[in-house]
Design a protein around this ligand. Structure first.
Ligand code: AMP
Length: 281
């Protein structure tokens, strides 16, 4: 595996990987890798001839009071995991390499960037879409792999690629969960044993909605009321949002009449966790 710290090295390595019309896949991450990330790498391996992974804790997607400084970093371990998966290129730049001083250009997906996580994390999605478009220009992948875990992020990236005619196929992979149902996340490492148990409320609320839906309930206000009962039973978990929206536009819906995204974000202690399901027919 070639480990690159600079844009120039990465661009050269990726162009070499592209020769002989090989298909190159990209998996963007912030490191502290777990099985969720590795599932994306495996999907990329299955669909591409060579895989590039990026590890970059992107400062522009963190708010001033968020966890940028304490975000888990375990570069050596991540490298070992990626080598075992047969990754060809690892791009791990510094913040200075990615953001030269004086940069004033942003990529903003208007409207969508203020929805869901964008409402409680102002500027978050602007940072995400900017860094992802930079990564696309550096790596020039044929396909890029993202997790359904970050459903709103996936919707923004799909829309950005469509609106800007970026020549990359976006592949969204299913959520990988712990055996008890908690969605895997690098932030789960912050949870104390008590918080780890309380974190299951997110998954329980989604399951409650799924059950009501399967029993015939299509009214969004009734489905949200059912989810609220779960959070009422778990007062130490502070709900950020629980929303039922169109999976592409992120617009709220009133009745579930087509595949619909049910997304939740909540604070367990100081840790903000997200999860979602898609209701389909
Ligand atoms: P992150 O390192 O948290 O920025 O995540 C990098 C990529 O991995 C994103 O596309 C995430 O959606 C994806 N991802 C994170 N957790 C999971 C999970 N539990 N299952 C599937 N994909 C995930």
């Amino acid at each position: 595996m070639k480990i690159c710290a600079t844009v120039a090295e990465t661009r050269a390595a990726c162009r070499r990987a592209h020769t002989n019309s090989k298909r190159l896949g990209l998996v963007p991450t912030m490191g502290a890798l777990h099985e969720g990330h590795l599932s994306l790498v495996r999907a990329a391996k299955a669909q591409c001839d060579a895989v590039a992974v990026s590890i970059f804790v992107n400062p522009t997607q963190f708010g001033p009071s968020e966890d940028l400084a304490k975000y888990p970093r375990q570069f050596e371990r991540d490298c070992e995991l990626l080598k075992k998966e047969g990754v060809a290129i690892l791009f791990a730049p510094s913040a200075e390499e990615m953001y030269p001083k004086g940069e004033v250009t942003w990529v903003i997906v208007e409207g969508l960037s203020e929805r869901l996580d964008g409402r409680s994390r102002p500027g978050h999605f602007r940072g995400v879409t900017t860094v992802v478009s930079k990564l696309f220009h550096i790596v020039e992948p044929d396909a890029a792999f993202f997790g359904q875990k970050d459903a709103a992020q996936s919707a923004l990236i799909r829309r950005m690629v469509r609106d800007l005619n970026l020549p990359v196929e976006i592949v969204i992979c299913p959520i990988v969960r712990e055996p008890d149902g908690l969605a895997m996340s690098s932030r789960n490492a912050y949870l104390s044993p008590g918080e780890r148990l309380r974190a299951l409320a997110l998954q329980r609320s989604l399951r409650r909605v799924e059950e009501e839906f399967r029993a015939g309930e299509k009214s969004v206000s009734s489905l949200i009321a059912a989810a609220s009962e779960v959070f009422a039973e778990e007062p130490q978990v502070r709900l950020d949002y629980f929303e039922i929206v169109h999976p592409d536009t992120l617009d709220p819906v009133e009745q579930v009449s087509q595949p619909t995204l049910v997304a939740v974000a909540a604070y367990v202690g100081c840790t903000r966790l997200i999860d979602n399901i898609v209701l389909s027919f």
